[in-house]
Design a protein around this ligand. Structure first.
Ligand code: GTP
Ligand code: MG
Length: 590
């Protein structure tokens, strides 16, 4: 039997927990005598019995772990197993939608028949649509409070259907129910005789499968790389959870965004084939350097998109509005990258869907179409096809403050530079000494360290001190001042060209040669921007660049890897070395 995860949504007190309690009771999921026991407890304490108490009571009993845990309730029908996720608030809701553990394939949205559609009924509908949940059944609950009247049900149905349609969501079902009195949960009753649709249980069974096996491209975000502990064993286990499709031993795989390829040697964690929803670890035929956050894909299947600039639809839940000055953490799959808001295209009120333009910030509960600039390229899927690899959350000061869906990858570097780099790569004459041999000999991985900061900052002092320290430690390193490029290689460039795209392209070509020779090249430049960095990256690849900002405040829209204080070059150089060690760029002996 298969398992389907379903998220419960709806305005506060509209009856989610009650419906859930009923479902447990009526699908005979409860342990023998449980219901009676809770009824008696209520009686003893002279408070009226509530199905919602059932959920709380079960939650308190660790022994009931199979029926319920902190946010999830497990039960089954004749057709399949269900995990119902009760999301008490917006943030929990978002976490549940984006975290792999309890990703929902469908939703039940509960609306109180008496109170009607409220703010959060609409907001939750909007969030479901943004997160790519296409199967939504609406339960008009508490029908007992409106005398099971059909006209009241129809009124809510027509109003809310119109709202959902504006979001592009067609409800899978619209059901009148009463959690408290049990109408239409697992059985039909006379009081709703006018309704000829399904019961809640029938509705659940009518939902489509979460991921039709095999017919979606394979995706496994890399969670971690483990080393075998035995001394002479150099194998690495690539661990993660399969989001869609599946993988087998022997499959040729590509990792994005690095583009590195290998073949799966063995699925170390169990069966020969792993598919959507399974956590797994596998070893590869060839040892390649990949990192957490990359997405493993089967070769020959459609590749994910890749960029450091994306157009996305987000909803903002943070108390403090989202603005362009701040850096946020963008988490998609297992990738985590600092990000900034580059542009707000339009802002939509999550409850009324009214739009506005020209906003400079995004307030709480608003939805917005935006352009986000990430500090490096990551892989993801565009649009609706594979929601698991296009949903993301935004973290502000350690707390989830928003979430959304990537709509499209945007150009993040001038195309002409990329074209020249491709030609250079195709024509590049390779040395007989492979990069790994140089790395082994020099105890370092070739890297460009870009030291930047404000005009007045002691960038050069930091860069030169770093060169001196690395040299003293036995590293093969070279410091190149920007002026040395401008008056030499750039001698034919005029005026503004000397700081423009062509200048950056030349710098990246020079760096490319130094790096090919195995060096740690240190370059200092005034107020480098993200655009400058994008050009340099095009020539070198992002994993071979380390950016350092000197000074307390980053004054350009650059998202640096390391920030060091101004005025103490020795300390700054030490801090940079520490970072290089952490990233495995310099290794023992230090
Ligand atoms: P939160 O978790 O706080 O968002 O609320 P909830 O949506 O889980 O609602 P809950 O199930 O706790 O129900 C809220 C109140 O509505 C409780 O007092 C229930 O007894 C009552 N209630 C729920 N369903 C029904 C119903 O079908 N009929 C009637 N009359 N009352 C109901
Ligand atoms: Mg509840």
């Amino acid at each position: 039997m298969s398992t389907l995860s379903i998220v419960l949504a709806g305005h506060v007190d509209h009856g989610k927990s009650t419906v859930l309690g009923r479902l447990l009771a009526e699908t005979h999921t409860l342990p023998e005598g449980k219901l009676e026991q809770i009824r008696q407890t209520c009686e003893r304490n002279s408070k009226p019995f509530e199905y919602a108490f059932l959920i709380d009571a079960l939650r308190d009993e660790q022994a009931q772990g199979i029926t319920i845990d902190s946010a999830r309730v497990f039960f089954k029908t004749k057709k399949r197993h269900y995990i119902l996720i009760d999301a008490p608030g917006h943030i929990e809701f978002l976490k549940n939608m984006v975290s792999g553990a309890s990703r929902a394939g469908a939703a039940l949205l509960v609306i109180d028949a008496k109170e009607g559609v409220r703010e959060n009924s609409r907001r939750h509908g909007t969030m479901l649509s943004l997160l790519g949940i296409r199967q939504v059944a609406v339960l008009v609950n508490k029908m007992d409070l409106v005398d099971f009247r059909q006209d009241r049900f129809e009124e809510i149905r027509s109003g809310y259907t119109t709202f959902l349609e504006e979001l592009g969501v067609t409800p899978t079902g619209f059901l009148p129910v009463s959690g408290a009195t049990g109408e239409n949960i697992a059985a039909r009753t006379d009081r709703l005789a006018w309704f000829d649709g399904p019961t809640v249980v029938e509705q659940l069974d009518a939902f489509g499968e979460e991921s039709p096996p095999g017919d979606r491209p394979s995706r496994m975000p890399v969670q971690d790389i483990y080393k075998f502990t035995r001394f002479d064993d150099d194998r690495r286990i690539v661990a993660g959870t399969v989001n869609s499709g599946g993988f087998s031993a022997g499959d040729e795989v590509v990792f994005h965004p690095s583009g590195k390829e290998s073949r799966i040697r063995k699925i170390e964690s169990g069966p020969d084939r792993i598919s959507a929803g399974m956590a797994a670890g596998c070893t590869l035929e060839e040892q390649i350097y990949i990192t957490r956050g990359e997405i493993m894909v089967r070769k020959g299947e459609p590749s994910p998109a890749m960029s450091s600039r994306v157009r996305a639809t987000i909803f903002w839940l943070g108390r403090v509005p989202m603005d362009k000055k701040k850096t946020y953490l963008f988490k998609l799959g297992t990738a985590k990258v600092p990000a900034r808001l580059e542009k707000i295209e339009r802002v939509i009120d999550g409850a009324t869907l009214a739009t506005s333009g020209g906003d400079s910030t995004i307030g709480r509960h608003a939805i917005a179409d935006v352009v986000l600039k990430l500090n490096r390229s990551i892989a993801f899927d565009e649009g609706e096809a594979l929601p698991e690899t296009s949903r993301f959350v935004l973290v502000d000061e350690y707390e989830i403050a928003g979430g959304g869906n990537v709509k499209e990858a945007l150009e993040d570097r001038p195309a002409w530079v990329g074209k020249k780099v491709r030609v250079r790569n195709a024509r590049w004459e390779k040395s007989l000494i492979v990069p790994a041999k140089r790395a082994e000999k020099y105890n370092q991985r070739a890297t460009l360290v870009l030291v930047t900061g404000r005009r007045e900052a002691v960038r050069k002092k930091v860069a030169k001190k770093l060169e001196q320290d690395l040299f003293r430690d036995g590293r093969v390193t070279y410091y190149l001042a920007m002026g040395n490029v401008v008056y030499g290689v750039d001698a034919d460039l005029r005026g503004k060209e000397k700081t423009g795209e062509e200048h950056m392209r030349r710098l990246s070509e020079i760096a490319h040669m130094y790096l090919d020779a195995g060096l740690i090249l240190i370059v200092s430049a005034i107020e480098l921007t993200q655009e400058d960095l994008d050009i340099i990256r095009t020539g070198l690849g992002q994993e071979r660049i380390t950016t350092v900002w000197v000074g307390d405040e980053v004054t350009t829209p650059l998202i640096p890897d390391v920030i060091v204080g101004d005025g103490k070059p020795a300390e700054a150089a030490e801090r940079i070395k520490e970072h290089l060690r952490e990233r495995g760029i310099i290794f023992r002996p230090w």
